[in-house]
Design a protein around this ligand. Structure first.
Ligand SMILES: Nc1nc2c(ncn2[C@@H]2O[C@H](COP(=O)(O)OP(=O)(O)OP(=O)(O)O)[C@@H](O)[C@H]2O)c(=O)[nH]1
Ligand SMILES: [Mg+2]
Length: 242
């Protein structure tokens, strides 16, 4: 058994126009991590947000210190998939936590992820909206039905052994995450699905923690009409290649 006291958690926050959300999420993360006495760093990957998110992040770096807030900005919007890869390359922890910065993923679940990981030394712990106390808030019926339907279809086609495949709130052992990222081809949230499907192929162990997902309050939703098309083609791609 490794000594869990030497564990360090690198929390990746990709941001694009999140200046209202960033101070709150950073405050909440530090609060929960400090309360539990976990060693951590927050890596902010801002892609040239026009709203000035980077300036806010620089203020936070001054307040919390360079060891806690690590800024790894990029010039322009290059997408989430590559933002994660960029973040992993700068992570100094042996665990990596991936979450959205728009407060849809509440930091209070991070200690639960960590406790779940330690239960059976899981390679991955995945947040799920579709188990136990998990759920979604702030969605209209249409979006709920689409999300449920998409999840059901995914369960039937891919049999992933995980109840929520498109969620992106997860904890990984860093070496596991690196190997998975290298074996994934897709982008966007199909990428989140592919990660789990490949993890199954590699035989990695996955634990699940119920999470409540809350729709963003601040900032603009990028949910476009293309989403269903992207999802369907991604699902078919994974179905055909795995
Ligand atoms: N660095 C970086 N971050 C991004 C990019 N696109 C989105 N993000 C961030 O990734 C996280 C998830 O993106 P969201 O826009 O919330 O995506 P979503 O949750 O599917 O959709 P909505 O919340 O409804 O807008 C948020 O923290 C965004 O700020 C990007 O191209 N680069
Ligand atoms: Mg969001």
């Amino acid at each position: 058994m490794e000594d869990s006291k030497s564990d360090k958690f690198s929390i990746l926050l990709p941001t694009y126009n999140e200046k209202e959300n960033l101070p709150i999420i950073v405050w909440l993360i530090s609060k929960y991590m400090d309360e539990c006495g976990y060693d951590f760093e927050i890596i902010i990957i801002d892609d040239g947000s026009p709203d000035g998110t980077l300036e806010v992040a620089q203020q936070l770096e001054k307040i919390y210190g360079k060891d806690k807030i690590v800024l790894r900005p990029r010039e322009k919007k290059l997408g989430l998939g590559t933002a994660y890869v960029h973040g992993i390359n700068h992570a100094s922890g042996n665990f990596v936590i991936i979450m959205d910065a728009d407060l849809s993923h509440h930091p209070k679940f991070i200690p639960e992820f960590i406790r779940k990981q330690q239960e059976k030394d899981f390679d991955i712990v995945s947040g799920t909206r579709y188990l136990g106390s998990g759920g979604v808030y702030g969605w209209d019926l249409k979006r709920k039905v689409i999300s449920r339907g998409a999840n059901l279809l995914t369960q039937i086609l891919l049999r992933p052994g995980v109840s929520d495949l498109t969620g992106s709130f997860r904890l990984y052992k860093k070496d596991v995450l690196r190997k998975l990222v290298d074996s994934c081809i897709s982008k966007g949230y199909v990428f989140q699905m592919e990660m789990i499907v490949r993890a199954r192929q590699h035989g990695y162990s996955i634990g699940e923690v119920p999470i409540s997902f809350v729709d963003r309050v601040y900032g603009e939703s990028k949910l476009g009409g293309n989403e269903i098309v992207h999802f369907a083609s991604g699902l078919l791609y994974l179905f055909a290649t795995t």
